[in-house]
Design a binder for this molecule. Structure first.
Ligand SMILES: [Zn+2]
Ligand SMILES: [Zn+2]
Length: 110
């Protein structure tokens, strides 16, 4: 039986590539990441974006989402961290996905 562990990508990173710390993909710095200008005391330095274009797009989209308070961990979280639940007024589950998962684990341990 092969282990169910996620395979760790052995990324070969060339000089033009960079691994995104968010999604773990290795992409071309120019096409996959893009550049930004950093203002320094000695002028402007061009640096590669920390996250790839896809992740930046995703986080920009997520930052526009409304917040919801999780009933279990009592943290305000983005609505995309809640499972959809049509029974609820707002269409989302009352507790976040992380809490739901850990609740399930607790039940399974019994
Ligand atoms: Zn990424
Ligand atoms: Zn929670």
């Amino acid at each position: 039986m092969p282990a169910k562990k996620k395979k760790v990508k052995e990324a070969v990173i060339s000089e033009n590539d960079r691994q995104c710390p968010k999604c773990g993909d290795v992409k071309d710095k120019e096409k996959g990441f893009g550049f930004r200008n950093l203002r320094r005391s000695d002028g402007i330095r061009v640096a590669v974006q920390p996250w790839c274009r896809d992740c930046r797009k995703e986080s920009a989209r997520a930052s526009k989402l409304p917040m919801k308070h999780c009933k279990s961990c009592e943290k305000p979280l983005r609505i995309n961290l809640f499972a959809k639940n049509k029974k609820n007024k707002d269409g989302y589950s009352a507790i976040c996905k992380v809490c739901k998962k850990s609740n399930r684990k607790k039940k399974a341990a019994k």
